[in-house]
Design a protein. Structure first.
Length: 249
């Protein structure tokens, strides 16, 4: 039994997906420029037109700007995404509206899958932990993308379908307790019997500990190789990489 979470016996380890098990940091950027290039390749040499990389940077700048103007906890809207894309593609003769944006970002999401990579040691770590615990996923991503990534990265066997939990359109998203409570109810465990592992302090750690789960925060810049702290009554272990999980769970 883990010395970090003793004496509470753990049954299930809940994992975040994106940027915890899989590295998606460059996926959106690469997919965005690839998809945009399919639309704009014939015009890229024309004077006055932005490159796909320039358009990406404008999109991201606009996104950050509009995010700051949103009320706290309000989710990004389709209108916001369309407005950012319209700004980014202003120099191109493309009809950027909500329909175009929806199709464009569906293509981006599909293309992202070809750029997704597991962090080092993920398969070995899940194999070792799977011998002692049940493993589950709690993700803010769409169910469709979650299923696709699990299949492409050969992770499906670690996470049975009844232990995959994802946000749905207009439904609760981490750190909202609704998604965590649904996972606890469906798995039939008490919060003291689970541990949440993730890279987001707000979504994964704060969200889960508020629901009574202990947690492991994967934070690569952490100065110490391993440390622990408390949030209320809940224990939080801080590590630098997913490979360290076998030493704390």
């Amino acid at each position: 039994m883990s010395p970090f979470f003793f004496p509470a016996p753990k049954k299930i380890i809940f994992f975040d997906m994106n940027n915890t098990l899989v590295d998606r940091r460059q996926c959106f950027d690469s997919a965005f420029t690839e998809v945009l290039g399919e639309y704009t390749g014939r015009w890229e040499q024309d004077a006055g037109l932005l490159t796909t990389d320039d358009a990406l940077q404008i999109y991201k700048q606009e996104w950050q700007k509009l995010r700051k103007l949103r009320p706290r906890n309000q989710r990004p809207s389709e209108e916001m995404r369309t407005a950012c894309l319209e700004k980014a593609l202003a120099t191109y003769p493309l009809p950027v509206n909500e329909t175009f944006a929806r199709i464009f970002f569906e293509q981006v999401e599909e293309t992202e899958g070809s750029y997704v990579r597991l962090f080092p040691g993920v398969e070995e770590t899940l194999t070792a932990l799977g011998e002692r615990y049940q493993l589950a996923i709690i993700s803010n991503g769409s169910r469709k993308r979650l299923e696709r990534d699990l299949t492409r990265l050969r992770l499906s066997s670690f996470f049975p379908e009844n232990r995959r939990f994802s946000s749905v359109q207009n439904g609760p998203r981490k750190p909202h307790p609704g998604l965590y409570r649904m996972a606890l109810k469906e798995t039939g465990i008490n919060p003291s019997q689970g541990v949440m592992v993730g890279n987001s302090w707000k979504n994964d750690i704060i969200g889960s500990t508020r629901c009574g789960l202990d947690a492991v925060w994967i934070y690569p810049p952490h100065l110490k190789k391993l440390s622990q702290r408390r949030i209320g009554r809940q224990k939080v272990v801080i590590i630098r990489s997913v490979k360290q999980l076998v030493h704390v769970l």
